[in-house]
Design a protein around this ligand. Structure first.
Ligand SMILES: Cc1cc2nc3c(=O)[nH]c(=O)nc-3n(C[C@H](O)[C@H](O)[C@H](O)COP(=O)(O)O)c2cc1C
Length: 161
């Protein structure tokens, strides 16, 4: 099963989850890099506004083509209950018609947020085979790793069936 994990991360939580998934599944990893400076308090405020306005952004050149993969796992932090501009842009630019897809998000609260609905809408209704939500992933590394492994086993069994 050729697998790609594509993610955006501003402060490392989503990167941690993405790298764990990739290790477990033997996947390639595409870090989607936002050209906009989102560091520091100003970057934080700007990011919240851009997410709320559902803006696209400019992203760095991509290394991998999703159409070469059986499964593409897509991950983003939640910003103001929404997906990030970098993931929004990546989803719009890429072609997932040959692949199964799965989604994950990282956030600071356990409340359900509708980022997966947005991701599915951008992909014109394409259903993810599975989704994963992790809160404060870097603060709870052990617990996060356990949940990631369990989820990866489920995802793998669904693609192989
Ligand atoms: C601008 C901004 C807005 C955020 N909005 C939310 C939110 O609405 N709900 C939530 O649970 N966490 C929110 N967070 C927290 C992040 O989703 C969380 O820390 C995430 O794991 C960060 O991922 P990263 O470290 O990969 O960037 C927000 C963070 C930022 C920077």
């Amino acid at each position: 099963m050729r697998t790609l994990v594509a993610y955006y991360s501003r402060s490392g939580n989503t990167r941690f989850v993405a790298e764990n998934i990739a290790d477990f599944l033997g996947a390639d990893v595409e870090e989607v890099i936002d050209k906009s400076d989102r560091s520091g308090p100003i970057g934080w405020i700007k990011s919240g506004i851009h997410a709320t306005l559902e803006l696209d952004t400019e992203i760095e050149k991509l290394e991998y083509s999703p159409s070469n993969y059986d499964l593409v796992i897509l991950g983003s932090p939640v910003w103001n209950k929404r997906i990030t501009p970098a993931m929004r842009t990546y989803l719009k630019k890429s072609n997932f018609s040959n692949s199964e897809i799965a989604f994950f998000n990282t956030n600071d609260s356990d409340k359900t947020q509708n980022t997966f609905g947005t991701m599915k809408d951008i992909l014109e209704g394409k259903e993810p085979i599975s989704t994963l939500v992790l809160s404060k992933a870097l603060e709870n590394k052990k617990e996060s790793e356990k949940r990631i492994r369990k989820w990866c086993r489920e995802v793998k069994s669904q693609v192989i069936e």
